[in-house]
Design a protein around this ligand. Structure first.
Ligand SMILES: [Zn+2]
Ligand SMILES: [Zn+2]
Length: 615
């Protein structure tokens, strides 16, 4: 997944509990057929029927169906069951009783029959990489949010039949021909790995790379300003750069499913085995939207290898009755963030400076986050259910105590890549290590489950394989910078390629210790001037230094003051007006820049060119 850049966010350390999901060895059901229809798009209600044929030996057992609590790629717990309504069962033309067992499970007694129809409606009005949307413009669904699975039979083959409104066309990453309405999937997990778009007016452009077919399906809910042909060409450049690193992908066809939502809020990217679902909040013609789309494409397509096939052990098959617990998301998502940026450089869409500036910005984010002092990369991964798009009903201190495994893992990937390149004088790289991981765990390991080829890795496997492959002992690096919170060795890493990291005082001459959204305090840093002044997140700022402020103007207002000045602030909290003073602290904010070292050698420059332009 890729989240649109925002404040680093993140959570509390806790101990990893590794659950091994229990997959019962009951005989498979004779058939499971999902029928999806949408007779009334304006209601946002998807209609799902599941036709189940039981073998004789199971016809007297109660059958349970379950809605997942979350779905792969986004690890917040959403409880999709909350949008389910009108659950029914029928057999031999007669209604059968359905009992709700718990928040996510329904049970039906087959009462001696071998054929049963189970049906329900599910509300969906979010265009996203996790949820689903049905309205008068289209249906776009992610299967985890609408399809229940039969408990103990998630591994059984399933069939899907879609009945679309007249004139609407169906497309997904497993579409083989135009007009297709039925699909066969080896199991439920693969069915929900296949997000689907149904609308009268999406477009499709195709290209081929090394004999593999790529489809760019675009549903624009706003004008494109003629930019689509160029977008398709640039997507092809990204595909070529990533295939150049990994080698040919395993599939024959792949689909980029892209929405330009034009609603100014829906933005997402989600990886799948043979497709990606990408949603941009603006129009293709808007400034910045084109570049953001390419950024998401570079990230999601890299997941074809890293995450979807080469994966941490806990990433599939999943137990959807409890949140995910894996220590590996700094590799799965963080390395993908790093390579997403590097691939834009290697594809020729960015120049060296743009790439270096982007990494310097990530360094600024991580090194100025309070959570960097408390949370290491593996704890961050374990905290994913709290921080990955998770709803927060309870007030939390997560903004000050956590970091995201996206930027943290991105920097670990970059520094590790440079250390390996530097210490081996260019003979090895993280590219080699990732290819070796893919070969060992995905291509060569015996299948560990029904779900997918190969088996997953533990973070110790990367440590072992990276050290063995490169001849560089990375044990100390993992101990200090991945399993502990020590600042990454940027100086050593950049010096190998003739660069240096320059840290400068940020332009504001004070530290206030807060961030503001729409004149409401979004966060108060711990042990900061704002906290000393008694301010809290949620306080509405009525005035600062006697002036009304907005999200954009408060820094300008404070810029008239300096460290030690006492600035009056009036806030509203719980119907009370509170007047207090912020005593501005020593400046603590820094900017970072990566620049060429004055004494960079020819060898270092050559190593840098190899890093940035070739794999
Ligand atoms: Zn991702
Ligand atoms: Zn659509």
């Amino acid at each position: 997944m890729r989240i649109t850049p925002r404040r680093t966010f993140g959570a509390v350390a806790f101990i990893a509990v590794f659950s091994s999901a229990v997959f019962a060895q009951e005989p498979p059901l004779k058939s499971i057929t999902y029928r999806l229809s949408m007779s009334r798009p304006v209601s946002h209600l998807f209609e799902v029927s599941i036709l189940i044929e039981l073998p004789d030996q199971l016809k007297d057992k109660p059958l349970q169906l379950q809605m997942a609590r979350w779905s792969p790629g986004r690890y917040g717990v959403f409880d999709f069951a909350k949008n389910v309504q009108e659950v029914r069962a029928a057999a031999d033309g007669t209604a059968r009783p359905v009992t709700r067992v718990n928040d996510q499970t329904w049970s039906v007694s087959p009462l001696g029959v071998t054929k049963l129809t189970f049906s329900y409606k599910v509300f969906g009005n979010d265009l996203s990489g996790t949820f689903s949307q049905l309205n008068q413009r289209h249906a776009n669904y992610n299967g985890g949010s609408i399809f229940m699975y039969v408990v103990d039979h998630k591994r059984d083959p399933v069939k899907l039949e879609i009945s679309a409104p007249a004139g609407w066309k169906i497309v997904n990453g497993r579409t083989e021909r135009l007009g297709q309405t039925e699909w066969q999937f080896p199991n439920w997990d693969i069915m929900i790995d296949t997000p689907t778009e149904i609308a009268p007016d999406w477009t499709q452009d195709d290209f081929e790379v090394d004999g593999k077919k790529f489809h760019v399906v675009v549903h624009s809910l706003s004008p494109e300003d003629g930019k689509r042909p160029a977008l398709v060409k640039d997507i092809e450049k990204i595909v070529r750069a990533e295939v150049a690193m990994w080698g040919p992908p395993e599939f024959q066809e792949y689909t980029f499913l892209i929405h330009f939502a034009a609603d100014d809020h829906s933005g997402d990217g989600m990886e799948h085995l043979t497709s990606t679902q990408i949603i941009q909040p603006g129009a293709l013609g808007d400034r910045g939207t084109y570049e953001n789309t390419l950024g998401t494409v570079a990230h999601e397509f890299f997941h074809v290898w890293n995450v979807k096939r080469l994966r941490p052990e806990e990433l599939g098959p999943w137990d959807f009755t409890r949140p995910l617990a894996t220590r590996g998301l700094w590799i799965a998502e963080g390395f993908t963030n790093y390579y997403g940026h590097l691939m834009l450089r290697r594809a020729g869409l960015w120049d060296d400076q743009k790439f270096l500036d982007r990494e310097a910005e990530t360094i600024r984010g991580i090194e100025s986050a309070q959570g960097s002092q408390f949370m290491n990369a593996e704890e961050s991964s374990l905290s994913a259910p709290f921080i990955d798009g998770s709803p927060q009903a309870q007030t939390t201190n997560l903004q000050n105590t956590t970091i995201s495994y996206y930027p943290k893992g991105e920097l670990i990937g970059m520094v590790m890549d440079l250390l390996v390149r530097g210490r081996t004088a260019g003979k090895s790289s993280l590219d080699d290590v990732m290819r070796a991981m893919y070969e060992e765990f995905y291509l060569k390991s015996p299948n560990s489950s029904y779900y997918l080829r190969g088996r997953g890795y533990q973070t110790e496997d990367l440590e072992r394989l990276a050290s063995r492959r490169s001849g560089v002992d990375l044990g100390d690096f993992f101990k200090r910078h991945i399993r502990d919170v020590e600042v990454l060795p940027y100086d050593e890493a950049f010096a190998y390629v003739g660069l240096r990291l320059v840290k400068t005082q940020a332009k504001e001459p004070f530290n206030a210790g807060l961030s503001i959204q729409v004149a409401v305090i979004e966060n108060v840093w711990n042990n900061s001037p704002a906290e000393d002044a008694g301010l809290q997140a949620g306080d509405q700022i009525l005035s600062l230094a006697g002036k009304a402020v907005s999200k954009d103007s408060w820094m300008k207002t404070l810029a008239r003051f300096k460290t030690g000045d006492s600035v009056p602030i009036t806030v509203k909290r719980d119907r009370q007006t509170i007047k207090t003073n912020i005593v501005l602290g020593q400046p603590e904010r820094f900017d970072y820049r990566i620049e060429e070292k004055a004494d960079a050698t020819a060898e270092q420059k050559s190593l840098r060119a190899k890093w940035l332009t070739r794999s």
